[in-house]
Ligand binder design. Structure first.
Ligand SMILES: [Zn+2]
Length: 429
């Protein structure tokens, strides 16, 4: 295996949609996303693997050693936040491509072929910056989200995900691989591994998350001519809500809950008009669902009081509620043993961020691995991870993928050759 080839590829992909301060801007189904997809397609073709694109724009590079056998999936996402970092998602896809090639080289040299095939996946719209909700492609793949409904979602300019994918040529029709297990490696996006000087985080569960869609309805009027007492300023009320969403976290222990308003749209957004409507999205997350519920209850109470105080209407809708999900214990142990063989230190860790692996874990045993993030920053241009940490993660993913294609974590019944034809036919259905 060549870590130099991996690093060359990684740093090349970081130039696609590059921003002035070393970040990338490759939002889902944009021209920049199309460029990174073209790079992925070419890599897969050059390696001699088969490319499939499904109906929600997920891309699969398929390596078939055993005709008709189901697949182990490894991968992540190449899309980014606006002015995002070059490691978030892209590292996991690049590591998966190179891990797949490493496994393929070992498999073709060996006398016996692995019982399961291997596919590298680039999931559509993990970030959710342009089309909400996030983790879209993998959630459709596992059936948590409805494909047609997701294709109908629109960006702020009113373009549907369907039209955007068609425009860049990635509204596919290929069948999805039948999958038996999944592994993903990603940057931590926090500072626990760095602080403790540990090479690998083995993710044992995801945080409880929920969003609040908040619509503040005031009254449009002249910013110059309207008397102050007569104004029903939606933006002033929205500003107070933004602060409430932050301050509610201080009701709980430090770091027990995190929250922010990350999106705000303003109508009519004219310098001489008092805002009539503001829509904002609050994102609340905790390792304990009861804490999120308590914070939500406090916010609803305060927002109701604010509406009375300002004599305006405020609608609050719950959406994108994601329960805590646990990764399987045998997968955690597999990852820890593989890290031991690769000489890498590990600790168990929770993920506060959403990931495609969390969706995949609802249908097949999944493994989620973290490598350290310098200063713990992410979703910004300053995001950074060292080459050495990336290469160590690649070695681990190669070990893990090797175990998985040889049947680790899989129900032994699926290894029975008599069952393979049935699985193969369900793949074509
Ligand atoms: Zn990511």
């Amino acid at each position: 295996m060549s870590s130099a080839d991996f690093l060359t590829d990684f740093h090349h992909v970081a130039t696609i949609g590059a921003t002035p301060r070393h970040g990338v801007d490759r939002q889902a189904a944009t021209a920049e996303d199309a460029q990174s997809r073209a790079w992925f397609s070419k890599w897969v073709a050059d390696a001699g693997y088969t490319l499939h694109v499904d109906g929600i724009g997920n891309m699969f590079g398929l390596i078939e050693w055993t005709p008709g056998a189901p697949y182990v999936l490894i991968g992540s996402h190449l899309d980014s936040q606006p002015l995002g970092g070059r490691f978030d998602g892209a590292y996991g896809v690049l590591a998966a491509l190179h891990a797949a090639r490493n496994v393929d080289e070992l498999a073709t040299k060996s006398a016996t072929r692995p019982p399961f095939n291997l596919a590298v996946v680039n999931w559509f719209n993990e970030e959710g910056g342009r089309f909400a909700p996030s983790v879209m492609g993998s959630s459709v793949f596992v059936g948590l989200f409805d494909q047609e409904k997701m294709l109908d979602t629109t960006d702020l300019a009113g373009v549907t995900a369907r039209a955007a994918l068609a425009e860049i040529g990635y509204l596919g029709t290929d069948p999805r691989p039948v999958t038996v297990s999944y592994a993903e490696i990603h940057i931590e996006q926090g500072r626990i591994l760095e602080r403790e000087n540990i090479a690998i985080g083995v993710v044992d569960r995801s945080w409880y998350t929920q969003k609040l869609d908040i619509e503040v309805l005031g009254e449009q009027s002249h910013t110059g001519a309207t008397a102050m007492a007569d104004r029903h300023d939606a933006l002033v009320a929205a500003a107070k809500i933004i602060l409430m969403v932050r301050e509610v976290t201080t009701d709980f222990a430090e770091e027990a809950i995190v929250s922010s308003v990350g999106q705000l749209t303003l109508e009519p957004n004219s310098p001489i008009v008092v805002a009539r409507r503001v829509r904002l999205v609050a994102d609340l997350r905790s390792g304990d669902p009861a804490i999120v519920q308590a914070a939500r209850a406090t916010l609803l109470e305060k927002i109701a009081a604010l509406a009375v105080e300002h004599d305006i209407k405020i609608n609050v809708t719950d959406f994108d509620i994601r329960p805590i999900r646990y990764f399987p214990e045998n997968g955690l142990q597999l990852a820890e043993q593989a890290a031991g063989r690769a000489g890498l230190s590990t600790r168990r860790i929770q993920t506060m961020a959403g990931h495609d692996s969390v969706a995949m874990n609802t249908i097949v045993p999944s493994i989620m691995l973290f490598i350290p993030s310098v200063d713990g920053v992410s979703h910004c241009e300053r995001e950074f991870t060292t080459d050495a940490d990336m290469v160590a993660g690649l070695a681990l993913l190669t070990e893990v993928a090797t175990d998985l294609v040889n049947g680790a974590l899989v129900d032994p019944a699926l290894l029975d050759p008599a069952l393979s034809p049935a699985l193969a036919s369900s793949a074509r259905a």
